[in-house]
Design a protein around this ligand. Structure first.
Ligand SMILES: N[C@@H](CCC(=O)N[C@@H](CS)C(=O)NCC(=O)O)C(=O)O
Length: 215
């Protein structure tokens, strides 16, 4: 029996939670999911019992707490013995992309917040936002050009941390109608057809909570 428990935020809004959730599911690691409702009076007290950083996501493995999405992804890869590309150069590239996503794309995050159930939202395009979208398009297209012959994901046949880190971006592009190149648009199609991501979206659609500040 698994000792893993993953604390997440609302599935509609918590982009950071989606990332390790996707990876754990794709790696076939069993875990108990605990949803802490964001923006509620009880959230701060609840999350403090899970993580010193007081944010979700947090993974508990018995008494061990692992917080921050990328650290959780790394831990999951250690448990599963996979999750990064097998080949060293591809692995380095996947780590670079995952880190770039984790630390960058401020304009994208600021303008196009994840809202898994929202469609046909429109915002003014700024040069910074356009640059973030173009950079992600370039990154995805490059991966698909180099690894597409081996399978549908960024690094071919296997779902990796890089795919998980970009999962919320796929949802943002859907919500806000990003204009993408053919290879990048095809990657969005692949990611949206993934039954694991579909399960998350369905759960987000079923959530009764609306946080006006995130809408
Ligand atoms: N760098 C962190 C970011 C985590 C984060 O900002 N989580 C948000 C929800 S998506 C949160 O817990 N917000 C609650 C708060 O700030 O009180 C990660 O990668 O996990």
């Amino acid at each position: 029996m698994s000792n893993l428990k993953l604390a997440i935020g609302n599935k509609n809004y918590s982009s950071w939670s989606l990332r390790p959730w996707m990876l754990l599911r794709h790696l076939g690691l069993e875990f108990e999911e605990v949803l802490l409702q964001l923006d509620t009076p009880q959230f701060k007290a609840q999350v403090a019992q899970w993580s010193p950083a007081r944010r979700v996501p947090v993974l508990r493995d018995g008494t061990l707490a692992i917080w921050d999405s990328l650290a959780i992804c790394e831990y999951a890869c250690e448990l599963a013995g996979r999750g990064w590309p097998r080949e060293r150069a591809a692995r380095a590239r996947a780590r670079s992309l995952a880190s770039e996503m984790h630390s960058g794309y401020a304009a994208l995050r600021g303008s196009w917040g994840m809202n898994a159930r929202a469609r046909n939202r429109h915002t003014a395009m700024t040069p910074e936002l356009a640059a973030d979208v173009a950079r992600i398009d370039e990154a995805w297209s490059g991966c698909r050009a180099d690894h597409g012959a081996h399978g549908p994901w960024l690094f071919g046949a296997d779902y990796t941390v890089a795919d998980a880190m970009f999962a919320p971006v796929v949802l943002r592009f859907l919500t806000y109608g990003a204009q993408l190149s053919k290879p990048a648009a095809a990657y969005v199609e692949t990611a949206l057809a993934d039954p694991v991501l579909r399960e998350w979206i369905s759960a987000a659609e079923a959530e009764p909570w609306v946080i006006p500040g995130y809408e």
